[in-house]
Write a protein that binds this ligand. Structure first.
Ligand SMILES: Cc1cc2nc3c(=O)[nH]c(=O)nc-3n(C[C@H](O)[C@H](O)[C@H](O)COP(=O)(O)OP(=O)(O)OC[C@H]3O[C@@H](n4cnc5c(N)ncnc54)[C@H](O)[C@@H]3O)c2cc1C
Length: 422
């Protein structure tokens, strides 16, 4: 079958690889001039089944209200975007009731764990490096933070294979000695030994190289602005340079899938949620961190990626505005300085790059993988804050669905048609 994949982020590139591996003839279209240039570009780097709980936890409504108008809040809602969020927002809040939240979290956990096993199989088979490390992720707090919702969920996540260990400060420092300078401030630590980390953009580049060798055609610098629909099918996608036709289409263009769903006359179940990161060279630091640390007091993750330290966080409902607010960047720098006072960047003050990206969040907090409507349109999107973690498994799952294989996961759990009536 001839298949067009729209979007060359981590989802589109993995989809191209798995579809080509099934014998399909695949073209990937992207408006950027290389792969991984939007949300995949500088994310937090975590491959974390342990962070599978969706953001619409039962307390989300209260938190949004509490943070309203606060510029340094980890969760921020711009009043100007409220009109774009009304229908979606009501569903987002409705889906935060406890039973729904737990069900969604467990679906995400199953997908994330499947994804890590797909990634392991690929690492064993393909020339992939992407600064990948197993070894775990640490969560620390200067207060006691465990939320009731996550306490209840943890047992069920453990049954699925997400291990967690509460650490004493001594145990924490033996796993991550770089936290020694702040030992006096630390109150609690949890270790997720099976979590992993790596550079998503580098992974997209490496899988792109493999996919190209398998015959996948990549069409860059090409924005899709329109499509021609015929009942449930797409007939062709259209951009400034012409039309692109195939037997089937995979919509993998991140938050901008919203526009495609709306062109197909479906009310879109996804919205963009903005986040930021800074990347700074570790320079001459003699004892850099070995593992990512989630600072639970600020909801920021700080990850060592090769020779840089990356800090990522904040969730802002700001529509499609991905400009950089330097107050947010200053906040990330402040969090890094609080964790690692010895990092050289605090001395030279300036050597860092700042980035903002748009997570694509579905209103029930679960990914959309599979057929859209009843025709030749498929999607892989809406994985929210854990999209890098879920990408390989989502793409493998989609390739099974399109090819008529035997998916490991239950397709109903991620079916886009839970939102789209046809
Ligand atoms: C601050 C931040 C930190 C994060 N940290 C983590 C983390 O630690 N772990 C984790 O698992 N996930 C994390 N994520 C989420 C993760 O980065 C995303 O879920 C993932 O990168 C999404 O990949 P994608 O391929 O769907 O989208 P994208 O990478 O955005 O790719 C979509 C592609 O579609 C193209 N495109 C869009 N519209 C069009 C069009 N009309 N025509 C042509 N091309 C188009 C774009 O150019 C882009 O290349 C983070 C996200 C953010 C913002």
């Amino acid at each position: 079958m001839q298949i067009i994949v729209l979007g060359a982020g981590i989802n589109g590139v993995f989809a191209a690889y798995y579809l080509a591996a099934k014998g399909h003839s695949v073209r990937v279209i992207d408006r950027c001039s290389e792969v991984g240039q939007e949300t995949t570009f500088a994310n937090g780097g975590l491959l974390t089944p342990s962070l599978s709980a969706p953001w619409n936890a039962p307390s989300v409504g209260l938190k949004l209200f509490k943070y309203l108008g606060k510029n340094d809040a980890p969760l921020r809602l711009r009043l100007s975007v409220l009109p774009q969020l009304t229908g979606w927002g009501i569903q987002f809040l409705k889906n935060s009731r406890e039973s729904r939240f737990v069900e969604s979290a467990l679906r995400n956990t199953a997908l994330a764990l499947h994804s890590l096993s797909c990634l392991k199989a690929l690492r064993e088979k393909l020339p992939l490096d992407f600064k990948h490390h197993c070894g775990g992720v640490i969560k620390i707090s200067r207060h006691s933070t465990a939320s009731k919702e996550l306490d209840k969920l943890q047992g069920a996540m453990t049954d699925l294979g997400v291990e967690q260990r509460v650490l004493s400060v001594e145990e924490l420092l033996s796993i991550e000695p770089a936290l020694l300078p702040i030992r006096g401030a630390l109150k609690s630590a949890v270790f997720y030994p099976r979590d992993e980390f790596g550079d998503a953009c580098q992974c997209a580049r490496e899988v792109f190289a493999v996919a190209q060798r398998m015959g996948v055609e990549f069409i860059f610098d090409t924005e899709i602005t329109n499509l021609k629909q015929d009942k449930n099918d797409i007939r062709f996608l259209e951009g400034a340079k012409g039309a692109y036709e195939a037997d089937a289409y995979v919509i993998a263009n991140g938050s901008y899938s919203q526009a495609i769903f709306e062109k197909l006359k479906f009310p879109s179940p996804v919205r963009p949620v903005k986040g930021y990161s800074i990347s700074t060279p570790m320079g001459s630091w003699s004892a850099p961190p070995r593992l990512p640390v989630i600072d639970a007091d600020h909801l920021v993750v700080v990850t060592p990626l090769g020779s840089v330290i990356r800090a990522a966080g904040t969730a802002e409902f700001a529509g499609f505005d991905n400009t950089i607010d330097f107050n947010r960047i200053a906040h990330l720098k402040h969090v890094v300085a609080g964790l690692y006072p010895k990092l050289p960047v605090h001395r030279n003050g300036g050597d860092f790059s700042a980035w903002a990206g748009l997570r694509c969040v579905s209103n029930d907090g679960v990914a959309l993988i599979g057929q859209v409507g009843g025709g030749n349109v498929f999607t892989i999107t809406g994985q929210g804050h854990n999209g890098w973690t879920m990408a390989a498994g989502s793409a493998q799952h989609l390739a099974e669905i399109i090819t008529g294989g035997n998916p490991t996961l239950d397709p109903n759990h991620y079916a886009p048609n839970r939102f789209f009536r046809h």
